[in-house]
Design a protein around this ligand. Structure first.
Ligand SMILES: C[S@@+](CC[C@H](N)C(=O)[O-])C[C@H]1O[C@@H](n2cnc3c(N)ncnc32)[C@H](O)[C@@H]1O
Length: 245
């Protein structure tokens, strides 16, 4: 089960999370919803960074998220989306009422087996589950080094999430798609983004200051970022598309 201190670190992250975290490329949403759906549900929706990709792809979009503060940002951005406080393990949604469930950057926080059973419950027979994660491109040395400040246990270039996605109870083996993309980002926003990551949020003030100083010194040392106010940040979105079996 996920570390609950880290899982709940987003409770108060709302506006900074929305401002500084990356969005998701259209191609990643296309991989999960290649055709228009009747009802799509974004689970662990946060401030709606992936939910907004669903609005043009489904007639009815539902967001489920445990943090009121994150949901308040989502509601102000996406007034047509139906939003509920809830968790992956207990969604306030009827049985067999959703065609597609998406989970962006959040599945690793769930209690996996109860969450899979709950997702199966709300999905129509044969419905789709899409799991998505943005992560650093292992070819980008400075971003990889900064990623290690946040996640010291991470293996090279991989997301920590690969371990949870091989097979899921109640679902067929997934189709896996990787979407590479690039973002122009200021140094200030790049550092502010790290401050919205769970390990930074959950750290003590001293520990957080040490982590930020480490990120700053990585940026000062790398020729691609040293002395620059802006740089190109390559990223990869991993998409796993499951079908309810
Ligand atoms: C890294 S954020 C991702 C938010 C959004 N999907 C995005 O991509 O920007 C992880 C989200 O998972 C939510 N979360 C944590 N535990 C959860 C659970 N058990 N069920 C549903 N959501 C959960 C957090 O509140 C947070 O909003």
């Amino acid at each position: 089960m996920a570390d609950q201190t880290l899982a709940q670190s987003f409770q108060n992250a709302g506006e900074d999370y929305d401002r500084f975290r990356p969005g998701f490329p259209e191609a990643a949403a296309d991989a999960v919803l290649p055709v228009h759906a009747d009802t799509a549900l974004d689970l662990g929706a946060g401030t709606g960074k992936f939910t907004e990709r669903l609005v043009s792809r489904a007639s009815r979009v539902i967001a489920v998220e445990p943090s009121e503060q994150m949901l308040a940002v989502l509601r102000s951005k996406l007034p047509t989306v139906e939003s509920h406080v809830g968790t992956a393990e207990e969604m306030p949604v009827p049985d067999a009422s959703v065609d597609v469930v998406t989970v962006a950057q959040a599945f690793h926080w769930f209690d996996r087996d109860p969450a899979c059973a709950e997702i199966r419950r709300v999905l129509v027979p044969g419905g789709t589950l899409g799991l998505l994660w943005n992560h650093s491109d292992s070819a980008c040395a400075w971003d990889r080094a900064c990623t290690r400040v946040a996640h010291p246990d991470l293996t090279d270039g991989l997301t920590a999430d690969d371990a949870v996605t091989a097979t899921l109870p109640g679902f067929d083996n997934p189709r896996f798609v990787q979407v590479p993309w690039q973002e122009r980002i200021t140094r200030a926003d790049y550092i502010a983004r790290w401050l919205t990551v769970s390990s930074f949020l959950a750290a003590s003030d001293d520990e957080r200051a040490r982590m930020v100083a480490e990120v700053e010194s990585i940026l000062d040392a790398d020729p691609e970022t040293s002395g620059r106010d802006e740089f190109d940040l390559p990223q990869i979105t991993d998409v796993y598309v499951y079908r309810a079996s």
